[in-house]
Design a protein around this ligand. Sequence first.
Ligand SMILES: [Zn+2]
Length: 121
Amino acid sequence: MARDRQSALRAAKTARRADDDTLGPNYPVDYLQCRDLRHAWKLVGYYRANGHIVRALVCERCDMDRHDRLWSSGRLAGRTYTPPEGYYVPGGVELVDVRAELMDRFTIFESEDDMVKDKEK
Ligand SMILES: [Zn+2]
C-alpha cells in the first residue's frame, strides 16, 4: 500500500514537471542564479521598529528584499523575505532542475581558456 502511494506520488511529480514549464525560458535567469548560488545581498541600512533593530537588505541580482529583525545584542529575532514577482514557483523546484536549466541557457566552452577568451571579447 505504502509502495503504491509512493509510486503514485512519484508519477504525479513527474507529470507535473512535464506539464508546467515553471523553470522554462520565461523564468528569469537572475532568479535561477539566485536559487543556485544564493542571493547577492547588499546592505540598504538599519532602522528601529517594534523594539527591534531592522537590517534591510536587497539582492543585487534579483531584487529580493530581506528584513532581519535583530535585538540590540545582535541576536536574530526574525527574518522576512519579500520576493520579486514570479520568483516563487507553486510546489517548489528542485535544485538539480535549476542547475540543468542554467546550463541550458549558458554557453558551455570546451576549455577554461576558451571561456576566458570569450569574456575578453
Ligand atoms: Zn537574489
